[in-house]
Design a protein around this ligand. Structure first.
Ligand code: FES
Length: 76
């Protein structure tokens, strides 16, 4: 999903940068996130905060379709 429309930066890109240890300011400098209209800043910061090292909960996309592994466990 595109988080920053002005700079075309996705949540996955922000998450990858956060996991690599980049500070939010560094992401702004490198990618330009939240440096134009600023409307994406709260969402971009949320993604960054959820994915930075030391956070217990990763930024995950959950779909409700059963995974093959889950189905295998249900059968066993
Ligand atoms: S949407 Fe990110 S700066 Fe405009």
């Amino acid at each position: 999903m595109i988080v920053c429309v002005c700079r075309r930066v996705s949540d996955q890109t922000i998450a990858r940068c956060a996991r690599s240890g980049m500070a939010f300011d560094d992401i702004q400098l490198e990618l330009g996130v939240a440096t134009q209209c600023g409307k994406c800043e709260s969402c971009a910061r949320s993604v960054w905060d959820e994915c930075r090292p030391g956070q217990s909960v990763a930024h995950l996309h959950r779909d409700h379709a059963p995974s093959p592994a889950r189905e295998a466990l249900a059968v066993a």
